[in-house]
Structures are given as C-alpha cells and as structure tokens.
Ligand binder design. Structure first.
Ligand code: MF3
Ligand code: CO
Length: 253
C-alpha cells in the first residue's frame, strides 16, 4: 500500500480529530487516582469521545473489547480495561486512545504515574517521551522515514533501555493503520522519503529491562518478558515542508 498524502481538507479533519483526542487524554489524566479501576478510565474516555460526536476507533477493532487501551506497569500496550484491576499508588499506567471524526482518525498514547512513583519509573516515562521528540526532529519533507526510527531507538538504547521491536508506529488517516509501518529501532535501510501531507502515528514503547515482550492468553495484552516496567508515548504527526505538526499535542496539556 502506498503512503497517502492528505489534501488540505483532510488535514483540517485530522486536525480536529487530533484536537478532540487531546481533550480526551486531558480528561482521563485529570481523573487518574489510586482506587480507580482500569474500566473506570475506559468508561470516562469513551464518554468524552462520544460527547464530541466521535467514534472510539479501538472498540471492536479486530475484536478489541474496549475504547481505551489501559496498560499497567509491566504491560506494554493493549491492556484490556477490567473493573477488578484497581490502580495503586506507585503504579504507572499507559493510556492509548483513538477517535474517528467525520471519517478521519487520530491516535495518541501517554504514560502517567499514580501518586508518587519511583525515580526509575519517572525516568522511564521521561526517556520514552524524549525519544519521541528526538525522533520527530527528523520528521520533515526530504528526510527518510527510518531517520525517525533510528533516532528514537538510539536515544533510548544509549540510555540503557529496551526498545520494543514487535510493535511499530504507522501511517493514519481514513484508517487507523495505514502504510508505512514505523519501527522504533535503528534500521540499516533508509525507508520511504517523507513528503508534506503524510500523517504518521509515531509511538515508542520502551522498557526498563529487555526489549523482549510476550502476549498474554487474552491475545491482546502485551507484557515485558522480564516483567520490567514499560512506557508508551504516541502522537499523530503531520509532515510539512518544515517543522512537523503534532495534531494530538497542540496545547501544553
Ligand atoms: N494505538 C494502538 C495502535 O496504534 C492501538 C490500537 S489496537 C486496538 O496500534 F485494537 F486496541 F485498537
Ligand atoms: Co498507534
């Protein structure tokens, strides 16, 4: 599949999808507290998504049973919300959400600490976010896709973290997952040339320990093999002729 270039009108719709998703994340972040279940987060997230006349894109995607992926501690991504899974002080929780606005998708993820967390956990969260920003320094027309991948992987790898290889970022638009696939590790090839109008969901998943992961028996939840903590950070990004535009991060929230 070719990488789609969005028209000005499509960029407008994706910008709105991104703006709404930013609000959804903001509302979920404000509500996080010890004693809350991962199901409570999903209920709130879906309610906010629908209040903006959007559709939660993850719900029923390949059979995924919820609107928000909620992944706690050693869970990397795709944790399934559960009314019996209660957040505790010291946990870290990754929230991944996607919305569809007038047929156009946005996708973003954040990891938060619940109450006071360890210094190691906070550093993991910080390095994961920083690796994203290191990657998007290269996200501009004329560069190659894997310049982004390599920058992310190098940044986290040099700091001693495990960079997950089994899951990647992706193009996004009228579908949640479009071409190209975006690895988070150093690549020997350059990958496709970036062009203005491409929209990409860039999403490093970083572990304190080894990069290796496995799938739980629910066929969704991805966990670290060594049970070390994992963090996730994702934004939907528009490639332009100069600085990339972060469609899911416009305010400082
Ligand atoms: N943000 C994730 C992704 O880009 C989550 C989608 S998986 C789902 O792949 F099944 F939960 F939708
Ligand atoms: Co994604």
């Amino acid at each position: 599949m070719a990488i789609t270039i969005k028209s000005a009108r499509e960029i407008e719709l994706m910008t709105e999808a991104g703006r709404i998703l930013e609000i959804v994340h903001h509302e979920m972040a404000k509500a996080l507290r010890p004693g809350m279940s991962t199901h409570d987060i999903d209920r709130l997230g879906e309610e906010v998504i629908r209040s903006y006349d959007c559709i939660p894109s993850f719900l029923n995607y390949n059979g995924y049973p919820a609107s928000i992926c909620v992944s706690v501690n050693q869970e990397v991504v795709h944790g399934i919300p559960d009314r019996h899974r209660i957040l505790q002080e010291g946990d870290i929780v990754s929230l991944d959400a996607g919305v569809i606005y007038k047929g156009y998708h946005s996708d973003a993820a954040r990891t938060y600490g619940i109450g006071e967390i360890s210094k190691e956990a906070q550093q993991l969260i910080d390095v994961t976010r920083e690796s994203f920003f290191e990657g998007i320094k290269y996200a501009r027309e004329g560069n190659h896709l894997f310049d982004i991948s390599s920058a992310i992987g190098r940044y986290a790898g040099e700091r001693g973290y495990g960079v997950v290889k089994d899951l990647c970022g992706h193009g996004i638009g009228t579908a949640l997952h479009e071409a190209p696939e975006i690895p988070n590790y150093e690549m020997n090839r350059k990958g496709p040339k970036l062009k203005a109008g491409m929209t990409l969901a860039i999403e490093p998943m970083i572990n304190i320990g080894s990069w290796e992961v496995k799938w739980l028996d629910d066929d969704w939840t991805v966990v670290t093999r060594d049970s070390s903590l994992s963090a996730h950070y994702e934004n939907t990004v528009l490639i332009t002729e100069d600085e990339p535009k972060l469609l899911t991060l416009t305010q400082d929230m």
